[in-house]
Ligand binder design. Structure first.
Ligand code: FA5
Length: 345
């Protein structure tokens, strides 16, 4: 019978099919509208009624057999196509450093992240928590709660990136984390809060518009300037792994009283004077002081009973001192020749 030989031809061709698309073409070739089955059905009209019945049933059987074979083969092909693509996209998560050294490039950490991680570890080892805070702030957290009155120059439009609603801004310092941190805990407590800050400033060798600070705060019943100096000295000794010359001078910040500026002798020029230290030999690194009573009140803390210290470390300048980088703008350049010099924590 003609259909029987067609079926064996179909099976022969099927053996060579390896793709889903080819299988669909083969199916169309045999039982599609232009195929032999369709031709047979077109001619059936001239046959006798018994003949019509017989041809109809054989043709139907042929069609059903082909469809069954195709759907079985389809499943096999789909599974093998999925397996092949899984094999192709496989990631070997067991790649070792030695493999990477043979030619593949490993990513590195940005020097600011390296320093930030180290400082967090130092403070965690001294019992501090690490807190986070939002980049977009309101006037209350950035200024008011920190005892910065509306007339303070820090509120000047030139320093602050304001949103169009004039109520929200990009935080100008990490001191915003003090306010949120105080509200969420009861004394005694100590925490640090690192992060990006934003100022509408002209850039130069030591100034960027986006830079990093690390805020610190300790509140308790008998916190003193002595405690503050102890923690700052410990931090600097750990970071620089050598003794650095520091000086403490009075500094004004509305949220501390008394306030200090802790400067370190410029490690780029050794104190002789350069563009980083603006020829003075000292770099302003660590403003700090005893928390102002009004700020404690904003945090829901009784200033009659508790006191504390706070500091706001400039991370980018610390990175510059540690690695001998003479222009802060390298840090944000995105230049891989610069970034790839710093590999790990
Ligand atoms: C402050 O931002 C205070 N919030 C710090 C503070 C916290 C004082 C707690 C007292 C108590 P100041 O504006 O000086 O202070 O900035 C702190 C540090 O950030 C500076 O010492 C400096 O290291 C760094 N810094 C300031 N402006 C820039 C800038 N444009 N680019 C890079 N680093 C900067």
């Amino acid at each position: 019978m003609q259909l029987e030989s067609l079926l064996s031809e179909f099976n022969k061709e099927l053996g060579t099919v390896t793709k889903v698309a080819d299988l669909l073409n083969l199916k169309a070739k045999y039982i599609g509208k232009q195929g032999p089955l369709a031709d047979l059905m077109k001619n059936i009209k001239d046959a006798s009624p018994e003949e019509k019945k017989r041809i109809g049933s054989v043709a139907n059987e042929f069609k059903t057999s082909i469809e069954a074979i195709v759907s079985k083969k389809m499943l096999e092909l789909e599974i093998s196509e999925i397996n092949a693509s899984l094999e192709k996209d496989k990631t070997d998560i067991s790649l070792t450093d030695s493999v990477l050294e043979k030619g593949l490039q490993a990513g590195g950490h940005h020097p600011v992240s390296i320093i930030q991680q180290e400082i967090e570890d130092i403070f965690i080892s001294m019992g501090f928590e690490v807190l986070d805070g939002p980049h977009i702030e309101d006037e209350y957290h950035n200024f008011e709660a920190l005892n910065i009155p509306a007339t303070h120059p820090a509120r000047d439009m030139q320093d602050t990136f304001w949103f169009a609603d004039k109520k929200h801004l990009l935080r100008t310092h990490t001191s915003t984390i003090q306010v949120r941190g105080m509200k969420e805990r009861k004394p005694p407590f100590r925490f640090v809060g690192p992060g990006k800050v934003f100022r509408c400033e002209r850039t130069d060798a030591s100034h960027e518009m986006v830079f990093h600070q690390l805020e610190g705060m300790m509140v308790g019943e008998d916190v003193s300037v002595g405690n503050l100096i102890y923690f700052m000295k410990t931090l600097l000794a750990e970071i620089f792994k050598r003794s650095v010359e520091v000086r403490l001078r009075p500094g004004f910040f509305p949220f501390v009283e008394p306030g200090f500026e802790l400067d370190i002798q410029c490690l780029i020029c050794g104190g002789k004077g350069c563009s980083v230290c603006k020829q003075v030999g000292w770099v302003e690194l660590l403003p700090c002081g005893m928390v102002h009573p009004n700020v404690l009140k904003s945090g829901g803390i009784d200033p009659e009973k508790y006191n504390g210290f706070a500091f706001g470390l400039g991370l980018d300048r610390l990175v510059m001192m540690r690695y001998g980088i003479d222009d802060i703008r390298h840090l944000h350049s995105g230049d891989l020749r610069f970034n790839s010099q710093f590999k790990s924590y």
